[in-house]
Ligand binder design. Structure first.
Ligand code: GLN
Ligand code: ZN
Length: 738
């Protein structure tokens, strides 16, 4: 019988204990022991006990973290940039995570293609790594006290650590400096009597892994010399062209993801090294669905033919799914029956290993009866024609028919402050303390105020402010069919920030208007054009847990069709401009550049499908929260949006230069100030930004707006900032008129 293993487990606490404790600690309301012992260790223990009770043979321990596991390894190897040197202990750790007065934090960025964010190690010539493994070894000992020989320490591999770092020194040199420390760590773990260590090296699935080959081979030759059994773990994609040399590395076990990419095809093409054990990651750690036994058993049967020594495993750490579906009592049973969060996935791993899969099909049969295909949605998809994806007139012909505004038209990205008053109103409505009509009247008052402020400041294109939205995906999901919502389904986005993604379980359609009421209210308060405000199909898809038995593009098209109807309704309500936000378009890019084209083709098509029937007179805007455009500019152009607003204030001129070099033909609103900071930008600062815009772009192409939505800011930050933005624009207009 194959043994079972895990590669990491949720670490936020079943009742979000870590969030509460961290935030109380930061506010000085909780002491160090209460954070570290009463909460952190307790939450970890609970995770270990659950995994042991599920009968997991080798429990991965080491992804447990107060804030982020990559940050932990920066601390353990003393990769501490000089600006943090004046601090130590937890104060330093949290300063690296969140910044401290006058000390910017490490860069935070997405962990591969997940919605988890890690803190990038920063390594320059000032850094001399050294070993501080006390906390890690203490964690392993604590786990051994509970789990005994089941503990498999998880170590972030040296290649991935460096590959993810902001590295301004030579990769090979830094690797050589780190390897003796890694060996020291393995020696210490050997002394603790562990049977095996998991070396997590997800960077080996990236498109450029082949370029790292000499480093990887050097590293694992040295680490293998310690004489401790090593399990080389990768996930999130297949090994690609690097498969043959990676499976030849001197390790005893190699764990691969069989839920993403195509590692099976690689094994079939190149065979499996018989002396090695295969860790078969067949239970999808990033979806919320139960396995479909027929599929998974066939896969396991095939794998066994190649790799007689095999273990069963989740595809990655289970931190990407919530704790347990059993708690979601409000969900229909037929749906709950096919959901598997972390606890259910442990059971699945175990059952697949023991072969006790009898009855695993039954919930699926029930589910399909409960959530049948929607014939109307299916018919619409089947009827799609190429012209559905193309606007009626090309840009040059439709632009003259659209709103005409002054040079450097001013606008914002959509949201305005989500004040405590807004949140209180929503809470009272959710508790049933006020009626729908009272709630709407409250929202309308916020819309009125928001529109009044913009009008008063003289902005050219206004927004309603999004006060009715908790979140730009959840709000839409709640009004569409096909989405379900959990009560406890939190997963960590970063640090103490958790999200609760909706589950897309059935065909998506739009039984009711989504934003028309709020648009009408806003437009009724002003003569200026109000922008309709929608979240795009790719973003709704990427920030949800979609079904895995329906291709992603189909789900995106279904959402797009719903948005398309909303656009028609907004037009009928008088909208002359509509923004369709796609902040998640870029983050959905596959890990291997070779797969980018296929993704971008359907992702851009989904956007085009959403806006394809907009009248030529309707100005379509889109917004994206990043500036790394260079490599996807053709896709951005193919969106065929009339106006696109993008993040820019935190970057130099690169993005403007890239747009100019590319000859981007349509209108662009590069953000003029960073909304993540409470600092009010000065008029001179914004004029400086505008001057750099006109150096690169034609003046008629330029819109003026902040970097992103303003919902996290306070009114007394927003109003002076926009005032300065308007003053800067007035100055620029005057200069150009002269
Ligand atoms: N319209 C949204 C807002 O302003 C866009 C948010 C985003 O890009 N993440 O909040
Ligand atoms: Zn944004």
């Amino acid at each position: 019988m194959p043994i079972t293993q895990t590669l990491g487990y949720p670490r936020i606490g079943k009742n979000r204990e870590m969030k509460r404790a961290l935030e109380a600690y930061w506010q000085g309301k909780l002491d160090r022991d209460a954070l570290l012992v009463d909460t952190f260790l307790e939450v970890m223990h609970e995770g270990w006990r659950t995994q042991a009770a599920a009968g997991i043979d080798l429990i991965g321990v080491g992804m447990e973290s107060l804030y982020d596991h990559v940050l932990d390894w920066s601390a353990r190897f003393d990769l501490i940039p000089p600006r943090f040197k004046s601090l130590d202990g937890l104060a330093r750790y949290f300063a690296m995570a969140r910044g401290a007065p006058g000390i910017p934090a490490l860069d935070m960025t997405k962990w591969f293609d997940t919605n988890y964010h890690y803190l990038a190690p920063e390594i320059d010539a000032s850094i001399t790594p050294s070993a501080n493994f006390d906390d890690f070894l203490a964690l392993i000992r604590a786990a051994q006290a509970v789990l005994g020989a089941c503990v498999a320490p998880i170590v972030l591999g040296p290649v991935t650590l460096l590959r993810l770092a902001r590295l301004s020194v030579d990769f090979g040199e830094m690797l050589s400096a780190l390897l003796p420390l890694y060996r020291q760590l393995l020696d210490a773990l050997k002394a603790l009597g562990v049977a095996e260590v998991q070396m997590h090296e997800p960077a080996l699935v990236l498109g450029d892994a082949a370029a790292l080959r000499p480093h990887v081979e050097q590293a694992y030759a040295e680490l293998a010399a310690v004489g401790l059994s090593l399990n080389l773990v990768t996930y999130f994609d297949d090994l690609g062209e690097s498969y043959p040399w990676i499976v030849a590395l001197p390790v005893d076990v190699i764990s691969l993801d069989f839920t993403r990419g195509d590692n099976l095809a690689l094994i079939q093409a190149h065979g499996w090294p018989q002396e090695k054990t295969l860790g078969a990651g067949v239970v999808d750690a990033r979806s919320v669905w139960r396995v479909r036994p027929a599929e998974t058993l066939t896969l396991l049967e095939t794998l066994r033919g190649y790799a007689p020594q095999m273990r069963i495993s989740p595809s990655a750490s289970l931190q990407f799914v919530p704790y347990t579906a059993a708690r979601e009592k409000a969900l229909p049973e037929a749906l709950r029956g096919v959901l598997a969060f972390a606890e259910e996935k442990l059971v699945e791993v175990r059952r697949l290993a023991t072969g006790d899969t009898w009855g695993m099909d039954a919930p699926w049969a029930e589910f399909y009866a409960f959530a049948p295909a929607d014939p109307a949605v299916q018919a619409r998809l089947e009827a799609l024609q190429p012209e559905d994806f193309t606007r009626v007139l090309p840009y040059t012909e439709r632009r003259p028919r659209q709103v005409q505004l002054p040079l450097f038209p001013t606008t914002t990205i959509g949201s305005f402050p989500q004040t405590s008053e807004v949140r209180r109103l929503r809470a009272r409505f959710n508790k049933g303390e006020i009626s729908q009509a009272e709630y709407e009247a409250g929202i309308d008052a916020f819309i009125g105020y928001t529109v009044g402020v913009q009008d008063g400041l003289g902005l050219d294109m206004l927004v309603h402010g999004e006060s009715e939205r908790t979140d730009m995906v959840e709000y839409f999901a709640q009004k569409l069919t096909g989405f379900a919502f959990t009560q406890h389904g939190w997963v960590q986005s970063f640090g103490s920030r958790y999200v609760r993604p909706p589950i897309i379980y059935a065909d998506v359609s739009r039984p009711q208007p989504l934003t028309v009421r709020e648009f009408r209210v806003a437009q009724s308060y002003t003569q200026k054009p109000v922008k309709g405000m929608l979240t795009g199909p790719v973003t709704i898809l990427n920030w949800s847990y979609p079904r895995t038995d329906v291709p992603r593009y189909i789900i995106a098209y279904q959402i797009a069709l719903a948005l398309r109807d909303e656009i028609t309704a907004l037009e009928a309500a008088g909208a002359r401009a509509i923004q369709v936000d796609e902040p998640a378009l870029r983050e959905g890019l596959p890990l291997k550049p070779a797969r980018w084209d296929a993704y971008l083709t359907w992702a851009v098509d989904a956007f085009r499908l959403a806006v394809g029937r907009a009248a030529p007179e309707t100005q379509i805007h889109t917004h994206m929260c990043y500036s790394e455009f260079q490599d996807i500019l053709p896709a951005i152009e193919r969106l065929d949006a009339d106006v696109i607003s993008i993040e820019n204030a935190r970057s130099g001129d690169e993005m403007l230069r890239a747009l100019a070099e590319y000859g981007y033909p349509r209108e662009v609103g590069p953000g003029v100030y960073d909304i993540h900071s409470p600092v009010v930008p000065s008029v001179a600062f914004i004029v400086g930004k505008l001057e750099s815009f006109v150096r690169h772009l034609r003046p008629e192409q330029i819109w003026v707006n902040p970097d992103c939505g303003l919902k996290t800011r306070a009114w007394d930050e927003v109003i002076p900032a926009l005032q300065n933005m308007m003053e800067a624009v007035r100055q620029m207009r005057r200069t150009l008129e002269r």
